[in-house]
Structures are given as C-alpha cells and as structure tokens.
Ligand binder design. Structure first.
Ligand code: SF4
Length: 293
C-alpha cells in the first residue's frame, strides 16, 4: 500500500516569528479553511479523491492518503485540529504533522500518540540566543528544547512505533552548531535537514558548501539524515495552502504559484494548474539517504 502524501498548511498563524518563515501566502477575500467546519469537510473529501486523480494523470498506483498537517503552527487551534482529524479518519487517512513543539499539552500528546503515524518537530537551534535571533521566542522566552525532549518521550510511551522526525533548516545563524548530543537523546527515526530556501528572503541564506559541512559534521547519523537541497525541494511536494489552493515554489522568482481554490473548481482541475514532479516525489518516498552531494 502506497499513500500519496498531501501537505495541508492549515494556518499561516504561529506563535513564533522566524525571519525565514515561508508560511506566508497570498491573501484574497477568503478566510483560512480551518475556521469553517463545512469547508474542512469539503476539503478533506476533495483530498480523499487525489490518489485516484494522480493515478489517472501520472500512471501511479497510490492506494490512500497520508495527510501531513503543517503550519504556521499546526497545533495553534486545538479544536480545529480535532475536527480535521475526525474528518480524516472517516476516509482512513494516515495522519502526520509537523510542529514547533511549543504548544503541546497532555490532550494533544495523547492524540498524537494514538492517531498519528508520524510527528515531526521543527528544531533549528539548540541555543537560546540563536533561537531568539531566529524568532523562536514568545515574550522573550525562547523555545524550550528540554520540554520537547520530554514530550517526545511521552509520545513514545503512548505509541512506541510512532515515527519521530526532526526537521532542521540550516541558515547563517545555526550553520556551525553541533546537534550530535540532541539527536542522540531525541533518537528520531529521521532527521530531515534542509538548506534554507531563499523564497521570501535571502537574508542569512547559505551556500551549498556550508550546508554540506553541517551535514558532514553529523555524519554519525547518516543513516537517519535525509537532506534536501533547493532543487530537490522544488515541485516535489503536493501542498495545499490555508485558503485551499495547491501551491508550489516558483523557480524563477521569489514566492509561490497557486492553483484556483480546490473547493471552487475541484481537486481534479486544481491539481492540473500546478507543477508536480512525480519523479522527485517518488525519490523522496523511497527515502534515499543523501549524506553527500
Ligand atoms: S515556527 Fe515554523 S511556522 Fe512558526 S514562524 Fe517559525 S518557521 Fe514559521
């Protein structure tokens, strides 16, 4: 059974303000889907049809969906997340999410452990001052790495088989950091290391040499490291923005290309309006470790 991974960025809102945050989409007259239960129901239904549509268009053989919930901060609107999960379960979606980890409480930890096959924590620095500089701070309190480690262990107690991922974006401020002890303690199944995409800002972006130096400094974890440079990231994700449009990174200019709203024209017409490279997607699905260039 192969699931098509659909990344739904459910909200742009976040409790942090990272300077390189790419969770910024073109506004129009519509509100984010997440604030309207009817629209959540409709969009989840449209998503459920995507394996069939992609199979017809690309000759693939997807049998289901893994719905990956992303933000902004995915767990900012707790009640709404619970609504999405209720709908997704009707279609037997596999569920996963990416979070900055700062808003998890007992109820969410339990829900993640019980309902999700995978949870990714976005951790870009282990240093309080760097986290402040990056913007991972609320009222002068930077993100708490020990709290995240504790929550990872709690999730594992509920579901020892859950896949724990760490996502790290490398930029000028964290490129020299040593994550070895943290990764040993968190013991993730995967550590995805991204080169900061200069989509919305070039400030503090790095070159390939800096990027691969960071990766090679952590080579003892090469079996779990999955790195992606900018080309590998382009057109290789199926992504829906908070207003319900497919979007992709634009290779020529900064920003995104959008489809029309999925709820207005349907998923079948909307997916044809964006570029989706099934070969790059498949390469990632095979999850080929790429420790070297
Ligand atoms: S934690 Fe993630 S979503 Fe929030 S501001 Fe930072 S990069 Fe953006």
């Amino acid at each position: 059974m192969t699931n098509l991974v659909v990344n739904w960025h459910i909200t742009e809102a976040c409790n942090y303000k990272c300077f390189y945050c790419f969770a910024k989409w073109q506004k129009n007259e519509n509100r984010e889907i997440i604030h309207n239960n009817e629209k959540i129901i409709q969009l989840v239904k449209e998503i459920s049809l995507l394996p069939m549509i992609v199979n017809q268009n690309k000759g693939t053989n997807f049998t289901g969906i893994r719905l990956n919930l992303v933000g902004g901060e995915t767990f900012l609107y707790k009640k709404k997340i619970l609504e999405i999960i209720k709908e997704a379960k009707k279609y037997h979606f596999e569920l996963s999410a990416i979070t900055n980890g700062s808003l998890l409480d007992g109820e969410l930890i339990e829900m993640i452990g019980n309902e999700f096959s995978s949870i990714g924590f976005s951790i870009d620095s282990l240093n309080s001052n760097t986290n402040k500089e990056i913007g991972r701070v609320v009222k002068n309190t930077p993100m708490n790495i020990n709290e995240i480690l504790k929550n990872i262990q709690l999730i594992r107690v509920i579901n020892p088989n859950i896949e724990i991922k760490i996502n790290t974006v490398i930029n000028e401020l964290n490129k020299l950091e040593d994550f070895n002890l943290f990764i040993k303690n968190a013991s993730p199944t995967k550590w995805k290391i991204f080169k900061m995409l200069p989509i919305l800002t070039k400030e503090n972006s790095i070159n390939n040499e800096d990027f691969y130096e960071f990766i090679n400094r952590h080579s003892k974890f090469k079996k779990i490291i999955f790195s992606e440079n900018n080309d590998e990231m382009t057109h290789s994700y199926l992504m829906i923005d908070p207003l319900g449009r497919f979007f992709q990174n634009n290779e020529l200019s900064h920003g995104y290309d959008y489809s029309h709203n999925i709820l207005q024209i349907g998923g079948e017409a909307a997916i044809k309006q964006i570029k989706f490279n099934i070969h790059k997607f498949a390469k990632r699905s095979n999850l080929i470790p790429s420790i070297s260039q």
